[in-house]
Design a protein. Sequence first.
Length: 263
Amino acid sequence: MGRKKRAVSSSGIYHVISRGNGKQYIFHDDQDYSVFKNYLSSALNLSEMCILSYCLMGNHLHLLVHTEDIGELSGVMHYSLGRYAGYYNVKYERVGSLFASRFKSIPVVCGAYFFCVVKYIHNNPVKDGLVGKMEDYRWSSYGEILGGRAKTLVNSRALMAYYGDVATRQRESFAYHHHAPSLIPDELIEDYPLTEVEQVKVFGGAYDLKALSRAKSMGPDERDKVILDLKYDAKLSNKAIERLTGISVVIIKRVCLKFARNI
């Protein structure tokens, strides 16, 4: 069976994730981080793709990119990951695959979901306890955008355009979206990412996200209506419904089965 084709984003924006094989570390020192950034920068210089945000962690990396050509994304990543793996294997005297399978590329199409993904990427070092503030981490684009560090990968002008038209308001909006409470659980960004249709349905104004988070404590009739609306109107997966509402997949399946029997 051949590999599943990558989903093509209608917006041209993708959340790219690559992890070390067996969750092993892929970066050990400053040189490793710098070498990878140099390989990625070289590949970008030969393409039309741009980096909107990034974060390099010890055993994985996140990129938010824009490209009109999914093949271009594959080319840039294969070059960068391949060259870096060669460097790493020589430096650390090892053989075999450095990265786990192929990289993920998750389409990002909805504005509100876009803001959640950017925050998720920049907040990774804080979540893992590496730093106390996003701007303190050296190997992400947050410091390049707001902290005054030299810009080496990120196209901050392209990124900030999503946060408004006026420079001062862009910075305010950027800071607000990074420090406001998250609209959705982190799992819906990486572990169980929302599809394009799900992003539009969830963030398109049809649902009150705060109300959805209270669905677990609703009475059975009201709770079941929420489940059925999300399942058959929004067409969300069971996992997505579970993450948004806190209602277990077992209950979601039971409600849907009961509904199907009564049709």
